[in-house]
Structures are given as structure tokens and as C-alpha cells.
Design a protein around this ligand. Structure first.
Ligand SMILES: Cc1ncc(COP(=O)(O)O)c(C=O)c1O
Length: 421
């Protein structure tokens, strides 16, 4: 068998391969950007039509009681199952940025931890912007940013030393957006605890791709989005997790009526709900909530451990091809080589990265379009979403990356970049 036949044979034997048909696939296209925006589950499309026609169209206001008020709770329960949390420890709604604002502000104001934020250079920019805003609001010193020798991998000794030296509220992305570096969650949670600190984990690039066990890792607070590997749809609602014993000590900085103990009493006095619902603020975004359920259902049906196992198999195979076939052509691997330190995207670089991405996106008469994404200054991220990517997709991607450089195909494209890359 040649290399492509081997890849196709592996796909035939893949126990998760049948999940691919749960999604909509444009023709002649390989989608390697599920780490930015996941695919459309076919059931989400059906569900949206039903919700719009029946619930919104026909039942209108009655649908709140009949269907909509329970929707965020039902989704929270499914996420709790996925993350090994309790149903009442998860709240679904708003964006990751807003959830981070709420929990970070609540932790600072709780008085339980030193009023000092720590973050690192691998964290997603919005997280750091949010922390800085909270510092400004509370007249606190700026967050301490930990810089490593590279922005692709954390130096764990340095990180731990900084937490010991500057205890407080730490914010880290469990899987880093640039390189997919995957932090050892439990070891860091324990270290934080020993040092009078707490870590807020941003799970955005991890949830649905790596097996997260919030109890086993002794995680206290987390936030994350659902539009990447969970295929929840563009801008789909995010979630927060607060460990149950911590909930009574925290107050939401946004006192909206949906966080009230009895919102429909319309009282003039604010009384926060007893549970995590106190972090709710306004009316749930029903259409987005309805759209996101199908993606979570598929993930639960496939099983996160199986998804993670397939992700490791695929990313290991891809890295082997990068090292043997692409490195001699000027590409470099920018993600950790060891699976234990890596989420589900593989980042490579090349001095012509931007124009190579343009070639991938356009395809040619012999090859499909391939959709990666580009992150400055020169990173190409290849998102390996195990629910719909297989070995043959990787074979085609590597062949295409080779051919673009060997034939200098990138010379046909401009260096100018649009806003969203
Ligand atoms: C790690 C991480 N956190 C936060 C965000 C942004 O979240 P949102 O725009 O949903 O607030 C992203 C977006 O890609 C992300 O990757």
C-alpha cells in the first residue's frame, strides 16, 4: 500500500469516522479551522428551523415557560457531564470575555486571595485585557505577566516560582491558542492552593478536544467557549464553572434581573440567587442556545476520551510528516512534540506563511481547498477536529504544503492581509 492508501485504510478502521456525517461539509474542502469556529451540525440546522417556526413563530411568549427558561440549565447539565462537574456548578451564557470579567472581579472582591492578577504571554489577549480593566476599576497594580523564552511553551518552574512570589488570582489558557501548549492542570492547581492563590482556567481551546476532569484536577474556577471544538455555532454562548463550595463566597459584579433570586417577582430590591445563577445577568440568547445543543450532544455521544485518543493519533501522525517531509522545505514545527503537552491543533511556520495560507485556501484544479488559519507573525495553525478530520485529510494537507513550496506557488499571492485571518 502507498502512503495515501495507508491513510485511507486507517480512516476506514477509525471507530469515530461515522460522526463526520453529522456535519455539513462544503464540497472539495478540508476544514482545519475547527479550533476557531467548529462546523455546522446538521441537527443544529433542523433544530433552528423548528425553534424559529414553532417556538418563536407560533408559540411566541408562551415558549419561555414551555421551552426556553430551562434551556441554559439543560445545556449546563450536558457540559457538566462532559467536564466532570456538578450541574449546579456550571452556568451557560454570554461570551468567554464576559464570563472571565464576572469571575475574576468576583474573586478579587471576595477578599479570599491577594488582590494581584497573574497571567502569562501564552494567554489569549482578551483575557489579559479583561484583567487589566478590572485592575483599573479597582485601582489595583497591573497584572504580572510571565514571559518565557518563547511564546509557544510555558516554563513551568518559572510559572510556579512567580505564583509563589506573587500569590493571587492567576489566569491561564489550558491549551494555548498559538502553539496548542497544554498545561498540567492538576499540578498547577495544587501549587496555586499551597500558595494562597487560585487559577481561573480558560478552556476555550481545550473543551471538546482534550479530556478535562474538573474534579480530578481540583479545579476551582473555569470559563470557556463552545464555538470551537464543541461546534456550537458562531458566537455561541460560553460557560463558567465555579466549584460548589466557592459559590456562596462570590458575588456577581453585574447585578442583572436574571441573577435575582426571584426575577419574575419584579422586586425593586436586588437579592442574588443562592446558586451559580446569581452570575446570570439578562435574558438568555435563546436562538444561540438552541443552536449549540447538537454539537455538545455529538461530543457526548462520541465520548471525550475517544475524541482525545483520535486527536493524539492524528496530531502525532501529522507531526511525523511535518518532521520528515516539510522541515526540509523550510517549515518548522511550533507546537510541542509530546502529546501530553499538546491540545488538538498543530502550528507550523514558514517565512512565507501568509502566502502559503492563501494557496491552501484557494486550492487548485487537482487539489481541494484547505482552510487553516494564520496568526501573526508567521504561524499557520492546523486545527485537527477529530469528529470530522481523518488521516486522508492530513495526507492531502501535507502533499499540498509540499507542492506550494516546491512550485513556489505562493508567488502568485499578495502579502496584504485582511482583518480576520
Ligand atoms: C482562549 C480564548 N479565550 C477567549 C477567547 C475569546 O472569547 P470571546 O470572544 O467568546 O469572548 C478566545 C477566542 O478565540 C480564545 O481562544
Amino acid at each position: 500500500m502507498n502512503r495515501r492508501e495507508i491513510a485511507q485504510d486507517l480512516d476506514r478502521k477509525d471507530p469515530l469516522s461515522h460522526f463526520k456525517k453529522e456535519f455539513y461539509h462544503p464540497e472539495n474542502e478540508i476544514y482545519l479551522d475547527g479550533n476557531s469556529l467548529g462546523k455546522l451540525p446538521l441537527k443544529a440546522k433542523e433544530k433552528m428551523t423548528m425553534v424559529m417556526q414553532e417556538q418563536w413563530g407560533k408559540h411566541l411568549i408562551r415558549s419561555w415557560n414551555e421551552h426556553w427558561l430551562d434551556l441554559p440549565k439543560r445545556l449546563a447539565s450536558k457540559l457538566a457531564q462532559l467536564l466532570n462537574a456538578k450541574d449546579h456548578e456550571i452556568l451557560v451564557g454570554e461570551s468567554t470575555s464576559v464570563n472571565l470579567y464576572k469571575v475574576a472581579q468576583a474573586l478579587i472582591q471576595s477578599g479570599h486571595y491577594p488582590k494581584q492578577f497573574l497571567s502569562d504571554a501564552l494567554n489569549f489577549p482578551t483575557d489579559n485585557y479583561i484583567l487589566e480593566g478590572i485592575c483599573r476599576e479597582n485601582a489595583l497594580a497591573k497584572p504580572i505577566y510571565i514571559h518565557y523564552s518563547t511564546d509557544l511553551k510555558a516554563d513551568l518552574n518559572l510559572l510556579k516560582n512567580q505564583i509563589s512570589a506573587h500569590p493571587g488570582v492567576v489566569c491561564l489558557s489550558l491549551v494555548s491558542y498559538k502553539s496548542a501548549y497544554y498545561y498540567p492542570m492538576k499540578a498547577l492547581n495544587l501549587h496555586a492552593k499551597e500558595n494562597n492563590s487560585i487559577i481561573i482556567w480558560d478552556l476555550s481551546h481545550a473543551v471538546g478536544a482534550v479530556a478535562i476532569d474538573l474534579k480530578e484536577t481540583q479545579t476551582l474556577v473555569a470559563i470557556g467557549c463552545t464555538y470551537k471544538y464543541l461546534n456550537g455555532g458562531p458566537g455561541s454562548p460560553a460557560f463558567m464553572y465555579i466549584e460548589e463550595t466557592l459559590i456562596p463566597d462570590l458575588l456577581s459584579p453585574i447585578q442583572g434581573w436574571f441573577g435575582h433570586a426571584k426575577p419574575f417577582d419584579f422586586s425593586q430590591d436586588y437579592l442574588p440567587a443562592a446558586g451559580i445563577e446569581k452570575f446570570d445577568a439578562g435574558t438568555p440568547t435563546v436562538l444561540s442556545l438552541a443552536a449549540m445543543e447538537a454539537g455538545i450532544d455529538i461530543t457526548l455521544a462520541a465520548g471525550i476520551k475517544n475524541i482525545r485518543a483520535k486527536s493524539i493519533t492524528l496530531t502525532n501522525a501529522l507531526i511525523k510528516e511535518i518532521e520528515t517531509q516539510l522541515t526540509p522545505l523550510g517549515y518548522s514545527l511550533e507546537s510541542p512534540k509530546e502529546a501530553i503537552e499538546r491540545g488538538s491543533h498543530v502550528t507550523i511556520s514558514h517565512h512565507e506563511s501568509w502566502r502559503i495560507c492563501q494557496c491552501l485556501l484557494h486550492g487548485n484544479e487537482k487539489r481541494p481547498k484547505i482552510i487553516p488559519d494564520f496568526r501573526p507573525p508567521h504561524y499557520i495553525r492546523l486545527g485537527i477536529a477529530p469528529l470530522y478530520i481523518g488521516h486522508d485529510d492530513l495526507w492531502l494537507t501535507v502533499e499540498r504544503l509540499k507542492e506550494i513550496v516546491l512550485e513556489k506557488e505562493y508567488e502568485h499571492y499578495s502579502q496584504i492581509r485582511p482583518t480576520v485571518t
